[in-house]
Ligand binder design. Structure first.
Ligand code: DPP
Ligand code: ZN
Length: 873
């Protein structure tokens, strides 16, 4: 497989204005007839009239140009294309192909999920449906006719509005859909199934009446409410915050159980992984409820940031994903708690994007090359991309940013554009120069900010020296300094924010946060009129995706933890304190836990004034993986031992307070996923976790009761996880009871698999290997694979990184089994192995050997090949 390069982009030589599709649907054999209106692209250089259409795994039966059937000598079929020579400047192309949805285990194109048929066309799945110019800069209007057995597939959906529906005389029926908006092929969708829907309505700001429907299998009808409420909230929010209205008469969401990604924003017909639709208090956790709200909103927001305005090519993926993630983050912050949301987003970025950015697959937010685009649906493109939009919003301020997004939506409506076009709108609307800022899109790697501070009591000045450092990444040995917003406050001894005046400025502003801009490798700042040594609150709100390095003393961190009004900064102070304690305990198992640390932990735990959800974030120890990220060489056993020991110590020393927190936060009202109630449950279960880690007898009794009586899945699964980790006979018994109760609920059974895969018990790999044979396990369902194999390999470092390499062998075996079935999922799993250079020599050799074993396999998908080969380059 060869890489594609961004610099090779050329406009398409031909355009397709209109597409007419007719599907005779059958899981074994589906016939697809396509009529394409093709014409030369006046904006492209004229070639010799050769038209090469993308197409994979299609059995071609017929091709005709302007009604004349071509003989096989007049076209060429290759495994990935259909080529026609000397075509006219404007013509009608008819093709007829057969496809086999029930053999499609890759879940790209048209496939079978349970009893239904569905599609996934992003990024390049449409070429498995019919021959086409399958690239996002070819935008066409679609009319789609679906024909299928009426008993088996009573519901037939596609994009846009329904324009015809009738019965045929052979027991089949026909439904036609027309989408008035031109769209790229990756936004095409169809659904056929025996589905029920909940229905609601929404009236847009300008008075358009929209029908909202969520389609699910009939037995799931009672768990769509939260998704529907989330959708309506998102529609209103986008009108208010971004001035964006919905544009069709109907908005449909369909939940399917076999899905590679989270969800898909097809025009007017979103297809969702059912995990992000279905929720009822007893089957879904608070995290699930929040995930649903976020993903429903994300896909809805794509209607403007993605569909009306799409990407010119796949190198520009972050144009729609970075911007849409930013939009869904802001939505969740507005409808929930802003501080908590920011902390959660930063935690995610640090846990997934930072490691990616320093590993062998590091790439810029706008990549320069790829072998397989499916490998680039990454934390960098999505989450770092969102941070780039956030920084631009910060640099412009709310009014100008809104002006800039308005300009973007007007200027490019109906077009396929680039991230550069997006930044140009930011510049044009604000008059600012973002030339240097653009480097963020083209340069990989996480910058380090080395910060030094000096307080001069005599002159009452506080000066900072900030140095940027960016380590080389694959293919990019030299880096340039970045332009970034740096938010700072200086706190007086009472925790109040000072009014800040930089040397040379006439007046101080109001007390609070100051956003400064850094551009150079080195920046010196001097604040004047600072009467007393302040404590700096740095990079407030995590104003840029960088790693700040500042040598705080413990006292200042304890002070920030107590006083800082910025949620991120408090959380960060707690993290650094915890990392320090854990790092000492990792190297010296006999080390004492400092008393001020325990006191501060206790103070936060019993702080009545802070949002409980934020407290739960602040009081959670850094994960083993994130502790490993802080070390030169990851000390797998040392970290696990230290973290377990610290949990134990805190649980023991603070038993009384933890028990009180547990009792004070018990649920009294019926379940509701409100920020307040979510916070109570989070804090309660956090307390229970520490008690259980310490083997506290009362804690154990509470945990048993909670497991037996839980009125919601959040509490049930938290108790189950603790009982399983606790060991003895109780864990297996609880697992059995849980399985018996939920065996008919696939999404709950996913959790049952996950709890076992992430158990810290010694025999976990054996248990996980055994579960591969469980009748409910299947390599063909991505959610199931993620819940067992994915969870073990990414969320259980102590067991996955077993010194004997058994975890690595287990993963490589699964990748090799999965690759022929579903390359996307196989390649994604393999990413758990690629940061082998971070480990000791023994583990390095074992990990590398497994990657080499994969590379030596006879047939490898381009997905898996790309990840494996880049890992050992
Ligand atoms: N475009 C989808 C999303 O991120 C992923 N396929 O919403
Ligand atoms: Zn998206």
């Amino acid at each position: 497989p060869h890489p594609l390069h961004r610099r090779d982009y050329r406009p398409p030589e031909f355009l397709i204005d209109h597409v007419e599709l007719r599907f005779d649907l059958d899981p074994d054999r589906t016939r697809v007839e396509a009529t394409l209106q093709v014409r030369r692209n006046p904006a492209a250089t004229r070639g010799d009239g050769t038209l090469r259409l993308d197409g994979e795994q299609l059995d071609l039966e017929e091709v005709a140009i302007d009604g004349h059937r071509l003989s096989p000598a007049e076209y060429r079929v290759e495994p990935d294309s259909l080529t026609l020579q000397r075509v006219p400047d404007r013509f009608r192309l008819d093709t007829r192909v057969r496809i086999h949805p029930n053999l499609n285990t890759a879940l790209e194109g048209l496939y079978q999920s349970g009893d239904m048929l569905c599609t996934q066309c992003e990024a390049e799945g449409f070429r498995r449906v019919t021959y086409f110019l399958d690239r996002p800069d070819v935008m066409a209007r679609y009319r789609t006719t679906l024909v299928a057995d009426r008993e088996r597939f009573p519901v037939l959906l596609s994009n846009g509005n329904r324009i015809e529906e009738r019965l045929l005389d052979d027991g089949r029926h026909l439904v036609s859909w027309e989408d008035p908006f031109p769209k790229p092929s990756y936004l095409f969708a169809l659904i056929a199934g025996d589905l029920s829907a909940i229905e609601d309505r929404f009236t847009t700001a300008s008075g358009r009446d929209v029908v909202l429907q969520i389609f699910v299998e009939p037995h799931n009808l009672d768990r769509c409410d939260h998704a529907m409420q989330s959708l309506k909230k998102a529609m209103r929010w986008d009108e208010e915050r971004f001035g964006r209205e919905y544009d069709l008469d109907v908005y449909m969401i369909v939940a399917v159980s076999h899905f590679n990604m989270g969800a898909m924003e097809n025009k007017g017909l979103n297809v969702f992984n059912d995990k992000f639709v279905l929720a009822r208090a007893d089957t879904a956790t608070d995290e699930d409820f929040q995930g649903i709200e976020g993903v429903i909103a994300h896909e809805y927001f794509h209607n403007w940031s993605g569909n009306r305005i799409t990407c010119r090519d796949w190198f520009q993926l972050s144009l729609k994903e970075g911007f849409t993630v930013y939009r869904d983050q802001e939505f969740s912050a507005d409808v929930g708690s802003r501080g908590v949301k920011r902390v959660a987003d930063v935690r995610l970025l640090q846990a997934h994007q930072f490691p990616e950015d320093s590993g062998p697959m590091a790439h810029p937010v706008r990549p320069d090359s790829y072998v397989e685009i499916n490998n680039f649906y990454t934390a960098t493109v999505y989450n770092k991309g969102a941070e780039l939009v956030r920084m631009q919003a910060t640099l412009l301020g709310p009014e100008l940013f809104r002006k800039a997004t308005d300009l973007y939506f007007t200027r490019y409506d109906g077009h396929a554009v680039t991230t550069d076009d997006f930044v140009a709108c930011m510049e044009d609307a604000s008059g600012r120069d973002l030339m240097q800022f653009r480097r963020w899109y083209s340069q990989a790697g996480t910058p380090c900010l080395h910060i030094e501070a000096h307080y001069d009591a005599e002159h009452a000045t506080y000066s900072l020296l900030i140095r940027q450092e960016i380590a080389p990444t694959p293919g990019e040995p030299e880096k340039d300094p970045l332009h970034l917003p740096f938010a700072i406050a200086l706190l007086d001894p009472d925790g109040r924010e000072l009014a800040l005046r930089l040397e040379g400025e006439p007046n101080a502003g109001d007390p609070g946060t100051r956003v400064l801009e850094l551009r150079d490798w080195e920046t010196r700042l001097c604040f004047v009129d600072i009467p007393i040594r302040p404590v700096p609150s740095l990079l407030r709100g995590f104003s840029a995706p960088v790693q700040p390095r500042f040598d705080y003393d413990d006292e200042d961190l304890l002070f920030l933890l107590r006083h800082d009004s910025d949620g991120y900064s408090r959380w960060n102070a707690a993290r650094i304190l915890m990392q320090r304690v854990l790092s000492t305990m990792t190297t010296d198992p006999a080390a004492e836990v400092p008393a001020p640390f325990v006191d501060a932990f206790c103070g936060a735990l019993t702080d009545p004034d802070t949002d409980r959800e934020l407290l739960a974030e602040v009081l959670t120890l850094p994960s083993e993986s994130s502790l490993g990220d802080q070390m030169e060489t990851v000390d797998v056993e040392g970290i696990h031992r230290a973290r377990t020991a610290l949990q134990h110590i805190l649980g023991e020393r603070l038993a009384e307070e933890l028990l009180r927190v547990y009792r004070d936060n018990a649920d009294t009202e019926p379940y509701a996923p409100t920020p307040e109630a979510i916070g109570r449950r989070a804090l309660k279960n956090l307390a229970l976790g520490y008690l259980m880690a310490a083997g506290n007898a009362q804690g154990l009794a509470l945990c048993r009761t909670q497991f037996a009586d839980a009125g919601n899945m959040t509490d049930a699964i938290a108790a189950l996880r603790l009982l399983v980790n606790h060991g003895g006979e109780e864990g297996p018994r609880a697992l059995d009871a849980f399985y018996r109760r939920w065996s008919k609920e696939p999404l709950v059974i996913d959790k049952w698999f996950s709890v076992q895969a992430t158990s810290s018990r010694e025999g976990t790999l054996g248990a996980v290997t055994g579960l591969l044979l469980h009748p409910d396990f299947s390599l063909r369902n991505p959610n199931r694979v993620r819940s067992l194999v994915g969870a073990f390999c990414t969320a259980n470092p102590a067991r996955f990184h077993a010194r004997d390499g058994s975890g690595y062998r287990f993963l490589a075996d699964r990748v090799l089994e999965l690759d022929p079935l579903n390359p996307q999922i196989a390649a994604r799993l393999l990413k758990a192995l690629i940061r082998w250079r971070r480990y000791d020599a023994g583990r390095q050799a074992l990990m590398r050997a497994e990657i080499e074993r994969i590379l030596a396999a006879e047939e490898l998908s381009s997905d898996t090949f790309e990840v494996a080969s880049k890992a050992v380059e």
